[in-house]
Write a protein that binds this ligand. Sequence first.
Ligand code: PEP
Length: 250
Amino acid sequence: MRKKIVAGNWKMHKNAAQTKELLNELLTQIPAETVAQVIVAPTFINLASAVDNLKHSNIAVAAQNLHQAESGAFTGEISAEMITSVGVKNVILGHSERRAIFNETDAIIASKVNTALKHDLTVIFCFGEELKDRQSGNHFNIVENQLKDGLFHIEAKDWAKVVLAYEPVWAIGTGETASPEQAQEMHQFIRETVRKAFDSDIAEDVTILYGGSVKPDNAKEIFSKPDVDGGLIGGAALNAKDFITIVTSI
Ligand code: PEP
């Protein structure tokens, strides 16, 4: 059975003390019987302390990005080796904010995927269409191309280290959520696309998260859909009570 995951993308929120406080709330309040694998993605500067704070728990840590080069003159950037050196095992790549604000193309993201896999990091690969694509009926094409251009160059064995996160851009941070039916329709399409490009076992085993304004009051319905294996949560991951309600909605 494929893994259920709820991941919190903290973006550029929470200083050192606030990171510790939220982690402590999660550590003490997430019920032991929780089904989902919980992952949190604090900012780079708080990754090492997060790993330390969570070392005796089941909560995993993800970086929000990495640079594709091994090292070098890239002022302000962080390498995969630096991330793994503090004990982080996961990385979010291809987030729509990285694509839109920091001009990350599918080719750049593909190169980041290679670097992450080379360092044995699990990649949470984000992709999703913009509002104009959905309105023009082009959303399936966009999603298929993002997968093909950013990810499908990997080898079959690499899929054990990949989690997909479908995040329609029009639903991120907007309060607008894809309906559970829209999410299911796209997740089914994504699984089918993986099946055609690779094989049935890979398609059935890959965890596909939904992201885009998942909140405590809509999580259960979205997660109830057969091809939705959990969520990537932005805003609602910054509050322990909301995030735990979402985590326990699986
Ligand atoms: C995200 O940024 O990945 C996200 C899903 O954000 P939000 O939940 O705030 O829409």
